[in-house]
Design a protein around this ligand. Sequence first.
Ligand SMILES: *Cc1c(COP(=O)(O)O)cnc(C)c1O
Length: 395
Amino acid sequence: MTLPDMHAAEPIPDAARAEIDRLLQSGDLFRYTAASDAPVALLEAEFAQLMGSKYALAVSSCSAALFLSLKALDLPRGARVLIPGFTFAAVPSSVVHADCVPLLCEVDETYRIDLDDFAAKLPQADAVIISHMRGHTSDMDAILGLCGAEGVPVIEDAAHSLGTLWRGQKIGTIGKVGCFSFQSYKMVNAGEGGILITDDADLVARAIIMSGAYEHNWKKHPVLLETFSRHQNKLPLYNLRLNNLSAALIRPQLDALPQRVRDGRRNHDYVAAQLNQSPFIDVPAPLDGEERAPDSIQFNLVGLDDATVAAFARTADTAGVKVQVFGQSADNARAFWNWQFIEDLPELPQTRAMLMRACDVRLPVRLSMSELDAVSEVLLGAIAQVTATPHPAVA
Ligand SMILES: *Cc1c(COP(=O)(O)O)cnc(C)c1O
């Protein structure tokens, strides 16, 4: 069985070429040069429609979208933002960038927010960022219920969740703001880029101005004029805009999204069933109500000590499949103890225990069934080798 290149990003559809060529010839790369219909503006209109949201603002990254969301909420300096203890370092970083203080809550062995710890810490929070880490959705009904009762706004970090549904509702449309990433290892690949969506006209007007719609450039965004004029000259301009070339890379990929979501889910569930045959591997089941759009797989190693966990990752790696155990390297940006820029970094014993056993493997949506078999074969072979047990047959 031949192993695929597991590291390559999604190729850019040919449909992008003509528009990129046109942009290269005209040099019209800045979103606010054209009087109307700039590629970035078209992307915003299409993305808002795709998600069923009133407004969208495309920016330079999901980190920028998270930062602007916090700024647009007009939180006071030092406001506390509750985030999960399992997420990418970009999330606490955006909180610090917005002059706020990250407050971390525990995550359980299914990679979801521990709702007891969340409820206990919520009264100290001025805002919440729910990070759907690697596309895993926490119980959004419970979270929205708790936050609604406390009057705490919810930002969804859906960087890695484009296409995921929660009880039929699109992830990123459940909280007050949803933020997505177009970085290369996400479902839509523009190298870098991000977008935020919301139904709140005032919030998006503030975010648009702060993203760098200086002077009267906000007139090129479809929000009521009086909403904008209220904020004229009153907000800082952080210049986190997206350029037209990035939008030209992204727009044709939105058409490919439904197919990518279907393929990603099929691939994930196929490999999950194979891995779950091993008594040493547990792929957590989806939450009731969750329909995922995965381009990677996470699983826990069961009943193995640190040395065996490390040997498993090494063995799989040597055989051609990169396995990242979140907690087993000194620099993993998803291990909370490496976020040492946070003052008084707390200990989260439950999240730490999960990170020490949780494995992360990329599963690009373009993989074929035989390539998926080859990946499972490597992982099951590695676990058999390090535990000196026979391994279950693959397909
Ligand atoms: C990738 C990612 C981010 C950051 O996205 P950028 O566009 O690279 O800033 C934030 N949160 C999660 C969960 C991510 O996976």
